[in-house]
Write a protein that binds this ligand. Structure first.
Ligand SMILES: Cc1ncc(COP(=O)(O)O)c(C=O)c1O
Length: 403
């Protein structure tokens, strides 16, 4: 896309996000802003369901709409997508469905957000498993570091596609090969990549991917999804099952009995063979409509365009920060980078008060970032522009902050 066209497009996009009229939002790694489309979808469904009587609002299949846009984004089938409330919920659903045997090993990395560590240590204590932690080198997690810890007792590798702190992007296809050659599953925490980078799930060979909707997808909090490859889903055994988890033929029969007055209290038995068996129960329709609108917005922009823009902006920020004498903890290579750039400067962020005052000082200059992993984490998304980056650098390098 020619530069002038792209600039015009970004200006139009920015108008869709009212938050961007107030601050320089470089914090999508924590929470993405919501577009007027997503907010409007939530309000419309809320009003349709609860204001007056609008039969069409009750007839829509909100879960299927959400499942279908997520499937399109990942290049999966809708049957491979379960709807959850968060990344954590998805990871726990997979973890608790594996028939563990004492001595099984789980491999994670020392960079993981706790959402992708706590569930594995918990299961390890409960079932006598061993969690092996790959040590990063300068924030990088090369394949050979995993290869040294993965062996025939490894049942599962669980890793973030993009690390929340450094923004390092792991080689998922390489990891999938490593996992497969040892008969292990590759489970991915996708919340720092999906929405910013293309994640062609089948090509990557991932077995399961958990994601929340509220960061790079710019969807509502309390939404998320879990992709599970069909052949993997049918081998996993959920800890619990509800009415909604039944195979569709069983569900239809039971519903028929329930409405028509047959015998509905009975052992209906069979669970859905696909990812449906991991669905959260109690869907929030307005929020799901918000997620659908948010993902649809990105599909219309084009995930390839979004990825190109995200990498161009984060690459630019790396350069700007280096020229300003800041330490960049994010890898420079495109294939190892994402939307996150982690910076260190002369400030000491080991104390909560120092972290808060740095965030506040930046906010005072109209820039929102997050302090994470001992540095300033700036998140570059498709709606950000060069002025956002310049203003961040001005705010960071002003003498008061660097003192
Ligand atoms: C890598 C990573 N995983 C998981 C989470 C938490 O996700 P959720 O709230 O969807 O469980 C975060 C939140 O910052 C994260 O950065």
């Amino acid at each position: 896309m020619a530069q002038a066209n792209e600039q015009a497009l970004v200006e139009r996009i920015r108008k869709d996000f009212s938050l961007l009229g107030h601050v320089r939002w470089l914090a999508s790694g924590a929470t993405g802003p919501m577009s007027s489309h997503a907010l409007g979808a939530i309000e419309e469904v809320q009003a349709g369901l609860y204001t007056g009587f609008h039969p069409e609002a009750w007839e829509r299949d909100y879960p299927e709409e959400a499942r279908s846009v997520v499937a399109r984004l990942l290049g999966a089938s809708a049957q491979e997508v379960a709807l959850t409330r968060s990344t954590s919920e998805g990871l726990m659903a997979v973890g608790s469905s594996i028939p563990w045997e004492r001595g099984d090993r789980i491999v994670i990395s020392d960079q993981e957000y706790p959402a992708n560590a706590v569930p594995w240590f918990y299961l390890a204590r409960r079932y006598g498993l061993e969690v092996r932690v790959v040590q990063s080198v300068d924030g990088r997690l090369p394949l050979d570091a995993f290869a040294r810890l993965v062996d025939r007792k490894t049942r599962l590798i669980s890793v973030s596609h993009v690390q929340f702190g450094s923004g390092f992007r792991v080689d998922l296809a390489g990891l999938a090969e490593l996992a497969q050659s040892h008969g292990a599953l590759l489970v991915v925490d996708g919340i720092q990549s999906v929405g910013a980078l293309c994640v062609p799930i089948r090509d990557l060979g991932v077995d399961a991917l958990a994601c929340g909707g509220y960061k790079w997808l710019c969807g509502p909090m309390g939404t998320g999804f879990l992709y599970v490859r069909r052949q993997v889903a049918e081998r996993l055994v959920p800890q619990g099952a509800g009415f909604e988890h039944l195979a569709s033929s069983e569900w239809d029969e039971l519903w028929e009995a329930l409405c028509g007055g047959g015998t509905w209290v009975r052992d209906a038995g069979e669970l859905a063979e696909d990812a449906h068996r991991f669905d959260g129960i109690g869907h929030n329709f307005p929020l799901l409509a918000g997620l659908t609108a948010a993902v649809d917005y990105q599909l219309r922009l084009g995930p390839e365009w979004i990825e190109r823009r995200v990498l161009a902006l984060s690459g630019q920020l790396v350069e700007l920060a280096r020229s300003a004498g800041l330490q960049v903890l994010t890898p420079a290579a495109d294939k190892e980078r994402s939307g996150i750039v982690l910076l260190r400067g002369p400030w000491d962020l080991s104390q909560p008060a120092a972290r808060m005052s740095l965030e506040e000082a930046l906010r005072g200059r109209g820039v929102v970032v997050n302090v994470r992993a001992g540095g300033v984490r700036a998140s570059c998304h498709f709606f950000n522009d060069e002025e956002d980056l310049r203003q961040l650098m001005v705010a960071l390098t002003c003498s008061r902050l660097l003192a």
